[in-house]
Design a protein around this ligand. Structure first.
Ligand code: ACO
Length: 329
């Protein structure tokens, strides 16, 4: 028993924010942002919730897959910016789309969340417990960005991407690799709600780090970590699948920074064109970036039956992972 991708979808908020718009907010410029990151514009929620974007992307994926809501029995949403602690984004998407048969839960793994969710759904479908899964990556990171911090606020965008999976007699999701290093979590952190209750000596209105819940990042450390783990993840997943780098039609990386991707391509001697990027017009959408890129490729007709794709991500935690996909549609 195998698992394959039947359809893809994505959704964006309505508000487009250009580099020029950001230059009116903080001391930056279009030249600095494009040359250091490759990002020109991103889409920012002015009211769209994570659940709304997730349901919209999922509805499009269901239509693309020609699968009825009643057939879905599993929903996993990757996010670090849910609307609520409970109900989850997945349960909210269930309500919006009438996925009455589904078991729904969210998964947190920083920007690697989509890869971990795909791997989890693949294992659960292969086990025979479920037959049709929706895997969603969704973020409204704009509420976690410090809009006064020019080193981070220029990087991120909001959005959602989704895929529909089904059990299959042919391999579609070929294999996965994954890893984590909890000792290096401080390199990229979003603090949670601080502990406060009537039994504490003093109510502290701050988290243990003394910061609010905003993205704090050591950009250069993340850069080095990203280049190293993307290269090793691609090599391992290709090796594990029994193929070679030459067999890969496209690598779909987490869309964080053009320079990271160029550096990986250069080190691995893979033509840059094999790495699909859309970060110039999406920014870094964390868990949503890989499924949004996949959907853009699918709708542009870039994906042909039998093609081998590597999806590869890295993120807070620290976490990393890659999936080998054989496109079967
Ligand atoms: N505009 C203008 N100047 C800026 C900006 C900005 N938006 N941001 C920082 N600078 C300045 C700094 O203040 C610094 O000035 P100084 O020399 O006077 O002190 C100078 O630019 C250089 O700063 P660095 O942080 O060294 O810049 P760097 O070249 O490393 O680029 C960046 C920063 C783009 C964040 C880079 O480190 C990077 O891409 N890191 C990878 C991190 C990443 O992509 N994270 C994504 C989120 S994590 C994830 O998705 C898993």
């Amino acid at each position: 028993m195998y698992t394959k991708i039947l359809g893809t979808g994505s959704a964006l908020p309505k508000q487009r924010v250009t580099n020029e718009d950001l230059a009116m907010l903080v001391d930056t410029s279009n030249e600095w942002i494009t040359s250091r990151t490759g990002i020109s514009e991103r889409w920012i929620s002015t009211g769209e919730s994570a659940s709304y974007l997730a349901a919209e992307a999922a509805a499009k994926a269901l239509a693309d897959a020609d699968v009825e809501p009643s057939q879905i029995d599993l929903v996993i949403s990757a996010t670090v910016s849910p609307d609520n602690f409970t109900p989850t984004v997945s349960c909210e998407a269930q309500k919006a789309l009438g996925l009455s048969r589904a078991t729904c839960f969210d998964l947190w793994a920083g920007c690697t969340g989509f890869i971990f969710s795909l791997m989890t759904a693949d294992a659960l479908v292969k086990s025979g417990l479920f037959s049709h899964a929706l895997v969603i990556g969704v973020e409204v990171l704009s509420k976690l960005v410090d809009w006064q911090d020019r080193s981070t606020c220029v990087l991120f965008g909001d959005g959602a991407g989704a895929v529909v999976l089904s059990s299959s007699s042919q391999p579609g999701l070929v294999t996965h690799v994954s890893g984590s290093d909890g000792t290096r979590g401080d390199v990229l952190k979003i603090a949670g709600i601080p502990l406060a209750n009537p039994w504490m000596a003093q109510h502290v209105g701050e988290s243990e780090t003394g910061s609010q819940s905003v993205i704090c990042m050591n950009g250069q450390e993340v850069f080095k970590f990203a280049v190293k783990t993307m290269e090793s993840s691609i090599r391992r997943v290709v090796e594990l699948s029994g193929s070679s780098l030459h067999d890969i039609s496209y690598i779909i990386p987490h869309q964080a920074n053009n320079r990271i991707i160029e550096s990986v391509a250069g080190r691995m001697k893979i033509p840059r064109e094999k790495f699909f990027t859309n970060l110039d017009h999406r920014g870094n959408t964390s868990s949503a970036s890989i499924p949004m890129a996949l959907d853009e490729m699918n709708r542009a007709g870039l994906l042909l039956p039998g093609m081998h794709l590597v999806l590869v991500g890295f993120g807070g935690g620290l976490t990393w992972g890659a999936s080998m996909v054989r496109w079967t549609r």
